[in-house]
Design a binder for this molecule. Structure first.
Ligand code: HEM
Length: 517
């Protein structure tokens, strides 16, 4: 196994060795050269010192809102290379022409933690990838489990709040989470993935990633296909247990691992493939292939290889690239009209909306989000506006040669309309427990993780969880109930050991504040 050098610790020295002397004379933000005595305010009139006013007020304003989910992450640059000819399925330029390379930017993230939180939590990890294609940006937002929690976009706010901090205690509170899961049991399948071995990958390099939704794609003849994309890790996949994570104890374990790997030249890569169905195939199914809370059934699709994404360059400024990046699953290209399910339609709105809140209305003009080519009628707003389309006509349609739309003769004439059931189907969760998990050890660990998670919640809610697990699968419910009984009989853990200083008596005023007497 390759062991990476801890290069993260060296970065600041590398900068020092690259430049033999300071990289220039310091200035204010308006470019005035700063004189040495302006670098302190002591013994001087601070408000006559523009450098002081400038730098203090800039520090005051240097935070922007963190992402409402997936707030903590790390970004890296790379490229996508087509390895297989898929032109008979999609005319998307980015996926056509074996050997064609397209630059990408990727952002790896933890889901419910705040900025500065820990990587070492059992929850879905994200990977968002922006392909800078010749036909516009193509964004895939993925998580490391292949099913999502719910189908109704209205569940997003409650789902997220129940997984994040309690408004009074500031603490992550599993009572809220299990309360919500039992009130909305469509969440159970995803939740079982999270409490299983698959819920806790060993770092960002060692996980697969899934955009989940069923995408419509079409070729240049207008023929349509239905696909689920998969990003399969070439590093293999590995998982952590809660105990091992506690031993590791490094809140930046995932970021550190990814950064070191790329810096050491061990570039992580993922093969992009798609599970594919035809329209005829879809008509014969006995399940809903557009339901994001379930997997496609074995034998109902084939898998087609497309290419490989490789990340080969760490960002040299994470705020500029990663914090300002705005991924939107609605950023699609010709040949990939995309998913039609209700959740996806909700997401088309949600991401645009949240980016306007977080980054401003011109977020797609920020360098990291800028497509290779753009001509728009949108104008003005909070900067950056770039050249703001200069003096081109600013309304459409117009008679004065402003940008015009193109005509795509191969665009399919009609799109599917999907009607989704709101009945709760526990079968996918039962299949996960009985078939997808292959060994008794795996099932045992799922049970134990559930028990640990429900141990602190009120008895009435524990009973509700066990009822839902039992409805899903009798054996699963019984094992959780028995595990919980055993856990409740165990003595509570001893309080943590602390350092208490009891030295000889002292009359020193300051020492008395610190030493118990
Ligand atoms: C109704 C459903 C959903 C809504 C409303 C929603 C909303 C959001 C919002 C508001 C953000 C923060 C974006 C930002 O501030 O830049 C976000 C991030 C993210 N979402 Fe979703 N989401 C939904 C479902 C999903 C699904 C199904 C997936 C994956 C299959 C997903 C994957 C991600 C990822 C990976 C990020 C992090 C993006 C980044 O790195 O910037 N989300 N989502």
């Amino acid at each position: 196994k390759r062991c990476h050098k801890q290069v993260w610790a060296k970065h600041i020295f590398i900068f020092f060795t690259l430049f033999q002397k300071p990289i220039g004379i310091l200035t204010t933000s308006a470019g005035k050269l700063v004189e040495l005595r302006e670098t302190t305010t002591l013994n001087s009139d601070s408000f006559s010192n523009q450098y002081f006013v400038d730098s203090l007020s800039h520090s005051d304003a240097e935070r922007i809102p963190e992402r409402v989910v997936h707030a903590k992450g790390i970004g890296a640059h790379g490229y996508f290379e087509v390895t297989h000819d898929v032109s008979k399925y999609t005319k998307a330029d980015v996926f056509n022409g074996v050997g064609k390379k397209t630059p990408v930017f990727g952002r790896f993230s933890v889901a419910a933690q705040n900025l500065g939180g820990t990587d070492l939590v059992r929850e879905q990890k994200g990977l968002a990838i922006k392909f800078y294609t010749r036909e516009g940006n193509l964004d895939f937002l993925c998580i490391h489990i292949p099913v999502f929690f719910f189908k109704d976009p209205l569940e997003f706010g409650p789902f997220i709040r129940s997984a994040k901090r309690n408004p009074r205690t500031t603490l992550f509170d599993t009572t809220m989470r299990w309360d919500f899961v039992t009130k909305r049991p469509d969440n159970l399948h995803g939740q079982l993935w999270i409490v299983s071995d698959f819920g806790f990958p060993n770092g960002y390099r060692k996980m697969n990633q899934f955009p989940i939704h069923t995408y419509e794609i079409n070729n240049k003849h207008g023929e349509k296909f239905y696909v689920r994309f998969n990003f399969i890790s070439n590093q293999g996949i590995e998982f952590l247990s809660d105990e091992i994570a506690r031993e590791i104890g490094d809140i930046d374990y995932f970021n550190r691992d990814l950064y070191n790997a790329i810096e050491n030249g061990d570039y992580p890569s993922w093969n992009l493939e798609m599970d594919l169905m035809t329209m005829d195939g879809i008509k014969k199914l006995d399940y809903d292939p557009f339901d994001v809370t379930r997997l496609w059934k074995k034998g109902t699709y084939k898998t087609v290889q497309i290419g490989r994404v490789t990340f080969n360059r760490n960002s040299d400024n994470q705020f500029r690239d990663q914090e300002l990046s705005a991924f939107n699953p609605g950023h699609l290209v010709p040949g990939i009209p995309g998913p039609m399910d209700n959740l996806f339609r909700g997401r088309r709105f949600a991401y645009r909306d949240t980016h306007t809140h977080r980054l401003g209305v011109n977020h797609n003009r920020v360098e990291i989000n800028k497509p290779l080519y753009w001509k728009v009628y949108d104008r003005d707003g909070v900067p950056p506006v770039r050249e703001n389309m200069k003096d081109a006509p600013n309304y459409y349609p117009n008679s004065f040669n402003g940008p015009v739309p193109y005509v795509d003769p191969s665009r399919p004439k009609e799109r599917l309309v999907i009607y989704e059931s709101n009945a709760v189907d526990l079968d996918p969760a039962a299949e996960f427990y009985n078939d997808f998990l292959q060994t008794e050890d795996q099932r045992e660990r799922l049970v134990n993780t559930t028990v640990r998670s429900i141990l602190p919640i009120p008895p009435e809610l524990q009973r509700r969880v066990i009822r839902l697990y039992t409805l899903t699968d009798e054996d699963l419910g019984t094992r959780v109930a028995e595990g919980l009984k055993r856990a409740l009989r165990m003595p509570p853990p001893p309080p943590p050991r602390v350092i208490r200083l009891n030295p000889r008596k002292t009359n020193d005023h300051h020492q008395r504040h610190y030493y118990s007497t």
